[in-house]
Design a protein around this ligand. Structure first.
Ligand SMILES: Cc1cc2nc3c(=O)[nH]c(=O)nc-3n(C[C@H](O)[C@H](O)[C@H](O)COP(=O)(O)OP(=O)(O)OC[C@H]3O[C@@H](n4cnc5c(N)ncnc54)[C@H](O)[C@@H]3O)c2cc1C
Length: 549
């Protein structure tokens, strides 16, 4: 391929950067992959993106391998923002809050969530679908992955708060996509335009394949795998194409603006903390906790616990504590470690309300119920948000700390995000641990117990012979187990390069064909982020791993 940087410099107003340093940086995200792009463009405005789409289309039609991969903060754990052609860095110029009126915010996709959150909090509002990477990720990456986190149990994921999207589609024009019903839908279906054609094709697809689509609907509460065809509507009375673009990892078009609806956060919280010695007791505990309708039901395992004690200085720094307060905070954990009392799993159950007494009352009521069960678990109540901060910090920051601190080993997200129904966990977890025990791996488990969504992060030595085979066989075994329980391979981290090869296995060949059709309907020339969601085989994916061959 000819050097396209010079050509791009003529057509776009934003920066075109093919420096070695930039290309190296954009070759990686938080996944196991490395893909070096040809050039990074920082689009100045929507017109720049429209020009890039037309440029890539023309090149593609001439048989040149040019594509556009949007990237925001680059914290994706699946390889979603990696591509070998043109990367669009959306954080450089698409990072403004456009408006914030009532409970509605209009924002550009490259704005960091932490900045967005600071703005919405000024009006006592928030978008509650945020991930644990809330201080690192952008709102665009969150929408494109349909990211989720600690508040999903009550509030759902990021996608649930998207009202409308502006998207540059394959015709090189910017379109406003939102749910259409009645006359508005009829008019759109009759429109002689590229967008009208997309509406007609998707409407025909959902009407013709209703049964297949309904059968493929994930039975778990969280899913980011595939395209959410089961949520778009019947195509006759309603059609909501935002549901396909949310979680599409940039494979259907480039998002340039997001309209979010926001909620008023409940200011007070109390937490029940369970230090569980025996995973088999989860079966008794989970239904009792869920009956109490908590706002969050989260967990972390013994390895995360030990990591927290080992690096308690770093955790405490995150919590902005002084040295004495800090030591005091971690005394109970140090004691448990010293006396061999490290729990197998720490469960965090948070109740939020508008008054402190109310959430404290709920937490105490749950504590009593749990005590009455006589399970082998120490139960504590953290009365308010301050008292619960340590547990939240360990839960949120453990992956970040693993990435920063562990030398000679690499965090390896490949079974990092599966979901099963919480009621199946007591049966599922022993089988999962039996599979993991077949491998000599150190790993941490953290998860959203309330949603049955678990993040297992092994630490691998990249130079260990046979590590690729471990990744391949372990993934296969875990996903077979997950699918036997009708679960999802990804609750929130999405398919990317790591899971796209397993999408057909999860949804079946018929549904996978519909996913391929969705891609072709939106992106007939295949210019948008190729190989994500569809179109990457096991072999192709494995070739791109950033591990010695
Ligand atoms: C420490 C850590 C903790 C994490 N915890 C969580 C968690 O709890 N929950 C969770 O869901 N994820 C988590 N992640 C993964 C990741 O942070 C999220 O998925 C996040 O939403 C990605 O946002 P980003 O801005 O980094 O996007 P990127 O990584 O830059 O991109 C993500 C995807 O979005 C696409 N994209 C970006 N911008 C656009 C656009 N404008 N138009 C179309 N497509 C676009 C990209 O092509 C890519 O496929 C974690 C990651 C880390 C490193």
């Amino acid at each position: 391929m000819a050097n396209i940087s010079d050509e791009l410099k003529v057509i776009v107003a934003g920066e075109v950067d093919n420096s070695d340093e930039t290309l190296e940086k954009f070759s990686k995200d938080a996944s196991l992959f490395k893909v070096r792009p040809e050039v990074v463009v920082r689009p100045q405005d929507t017109k720049d993106i429209e020009r890039l789409v037309l440029f890539a289309t023309e090149k593609k039609k001439k048989g040149e391998n040019v594509s556009l991969t949007p990237r925001a903060a680059g914290t994706d754990m699946s390889g979603g923002p990696l591509g070998n052609s043109i990367i669009l860095d959306m954080t450089a110029h698409f990072n403004r809050l456009v408006s914030l009126e009532g409970n509605r915010a209009v924002v550009e996709p490259g704005m960091y969530f932490r900045d967005f959150d600071a703005e919405t909090k000024k009006k006592n509002l928030e978008m509650p679908g945020y991930p644990a990477s809330r201080n690192l990720a952008s709102v665009g990456g969150m929408v494109a992955n349909n990211a989720g986190g600690e508040k999903n149990l009550k509030y759902g994921k990021t996608g649930a708060y998207v009202e409308a999207l502006k998207v540059v589609l394959a015709d090189g024009e910017t379109h406003t996509i939102k749910k259409l019903e009645g006359e508005a839908l009829r008019a759109k279906l009759a429109e002689e335009s590229f967008e009208g054609g997309i509406y007609r094709s998707v409407a025909a697809m959902v009407s013709k394949n209703r049964e297949t689509i309904e059968k493929a609907r994930p039975r778990v509460t969280k899913n980011s795998s595939g395209y959410a065809l089961w949520d778009v509507g019947d195509g006759k009375s309603a059609l909501d194409l935002t549901k396909l673009i949310i979680g599409s990892q940039g494979a259907l078009g480039i998002i340039t603006e997001i309209t979010f609806s926001l909620v008023t956060p409940k200011p007070s919280a109390s937490m029940v903390v369970l230090f569980l010695k025996d995973l088999n007791e989860l079966g008794t505990i989970i239904p009792v906790v869920l009956e109490e309708n908590p706002d969050s039901f989260e967990s972390y395992d013994d390895n995360t616990f030990k990591l927290a004690v080992k690096y308690f200085l770093e955790f405490a720094a995150q919590m902005k504590l002084g040295i004495i307060a800090l030591g005091f905070q971690f005394v109970p954990e140090m004691w448990m470690l010293a006396t061999g009392g490290v729990p197998k799993l720490v469960l965090l159950v948070e109740f939020r309300s508008h008054a402190q007494e109310e959430s404290f009352k709920k937490a105490c009521a749950l504590k009593e119920k749990l005590r009455a069960l006589k399970v082998r678990a120490a139960v504590r109540v953290a009365k308010n948000e301050k008292a619960a901060e340590k547990y939240w910090t360990i839960r949120r920051e453990s992956f970040s700390l693993l990435r920063k601190k562990i030398r000679n080993k690499k965090t390896a997200p490949f079974i990092d995000d599966f979901v099963v129904l919480p009621k199946d966990l007591p049966e599922f977890l022993p089988q999962l641990t039996a599979i993991l025990a077949q491998y000599d791996l150190t790993y941490t488990i953290a998860g959203h117990v309330g949603d049955g969504n678990f993040h297992i992060i092994p630490l691998i030595d990249p130079n260990e012979p046979g590590i690729r085979t471990v990744i391949k066989t372990l993934t296969q075994k875990v996903y077979e187990l997950v699918l036997r329980y009708h679960g999802s391979i990804s609750g929130e981290h999405n398919d990317g390069l790591i899971r796209t090869p397993y999408v057909a296995q999860m949804f079946g060949p018929e549904m996978n064909r519909l996913f391929q059709d969705v891609k072709t309907i939106f992106d007939p020339n295949g210019i948008f982020n190729p190989g994500k969601k569809t179109g990457t085989s096991f072999n192709e994916s494995f070739k791109l791993l950033d591990l010695p061959q």
